[in-house]
Design a protein around this ligand. Structure first.
Ligand code: ADE
Length: 341
């Protein structure tokens, strides 16, 4: 089952799917970064393997593009389990979940992406399914309503979310194998990912060029791979055999990506806060209307990086542009001027 609500996800998740699958690491030795998570998961997997049991339920969270799905695939591969993939918005009715769960083979993994978008009635079916492998379904209504209980095969649920706080506490507590937070990657790790991806794509890339892409990849493998593919296209069209620093520079200029990795939309968000709302604070919904960007996309895709760079701040009254943002966009900060006087 796949999600039917593509348009509500960042569009680059759907770009060049087959190529993205090819770039995905398949095993631990290919998986770069997230050292601590790897260490913990390896022990969990090996121990469960010795006991000949499926691994316990896992929850992965962190910003979009850091490889939560990739990690789930690696776990499946390392445990020799097959994996069914679904997502919060795709499981609309209790019957959808019942059908997925009852069709699992023993030992199979069910991966649910965007778990924060599961509705409450679905979450409630999941509790006993995760805890005691029982599926309780109510048939009928009113006085004639009956609950039937089905036993499920042993299975592992791996859920992924960008918004851990939006998951109910009872659901969170049922991930008995653990909850793992994926951290933004180090620039050096992104560089290694780019070098590995270049080999898979069959393109040559200079060390300095890989470094330049890495520096502008928002500490995110998905962005790094996307930029690498665009540099490869540029090099190919211009008959260059190697992706050099110069090729990267020209490609990023064409894509209007600046030296901090900001794209037009990022700059538009900051500029809107500065120009239309005097630097803020401005509420998320107002900012969404003023920029014509979906509020969830601002919150999940753009804002985390702008906050990480220290360009915007979240306050109880809304988003504010910081002095760093004014400096980066070369705009005089009236607040700063006053403090100097
Ligand atoms: N591609 C995406 N994430 C990756 C990772 N962590 N290691 C290697 N390649 C990747």
């Amino acid at each position: 089952m796949t999600t039917s609500k593509k348009e509500q996800l960042p569009e680059d998740r759907y770009e060049d799917r087959s190529l993205d699958v090819a770039l995905r690491p398949k095993a631990w030795d290919e998986y770069i970064g997230q050292k601590n998570i790897k260490k913990n998961l390896k022990i969990l997997i090996d121990a469960a393997g010795e006991r000949k049991e499926p691994i316990e339920h896992l929850l992965f969270y962190g910003p979009a593009g850091l490889g939560k799905t990739t990690l789930a695939h690696v776990v499946a591969k390392e445990t020799n389990a097959s994996m069914k993939i679904s997502s919060g918005p795709a499981i609309e009715k209790v019957g959808d979940l019942a059908s997925v769960l009852t069709n699992l083979a023993p030992g199979e993994i069910l991966f649910i992406d965007e778990a924060h978008r599961l509705n409450k009635s679905i979450e409630e079916i999941l509790y006993p399914a995760m805890e005691s492998r029982s599926l309780n379904i109510i048939i009928g209504k009113g006085a004639s309503a009956r609950t039937i209980q089905l036993e499920l095969p042993p299975f592992t649920l791996i859920a992924a979310t960008t918004k851990i706080a939006a998951l109910s506490a009872p659901l969170r507590s049922r991930f008995s194998g653990g909850t793992f937070k994926l951290e933004p990657y180090e620039t050096k790790e992104i560089e290694k990912i780019i070098e590995r991806s270049a080999i898979i794509l069959g393109v040559k890339i200079d060390d300095e060029a890989a470094q330049k892409i890495a520096e502008r990849s928002r500490f995110t493998p998905r962005v790094a791979n996307r930029l690498l593919k665009r540099c490869r296209d540029f090099a190919q069209i211009n008959k260059h055999k190697v992706i050099s620093q110069d090729i990267v520079e020209q490609t990023l200029q064409l894509l209007e990506i600046d030296e901090k990795g900001l794209e037009n939309t990022d700059r538009n968000i900051i500029l809107t806060i500065i120009k239309k709302f005097s630097g803020g604070p401005v509420g998320l919904q107002t900012l969404s209307a003023a920029t014509s960007e979906d509020s969830a996309t601002i919150e999940d895709v753009y804002e985390p990086y702008l906050i990480k760079l220290g360009f915007i701040e979240r306050t109880p009254r809304g988003r504010k542009a910081t002095p760093h943002a004014y400096e980066h966009l070369n705009i005089t900060n009236p607040g700063q001027q006053n403090t100097l006087l």
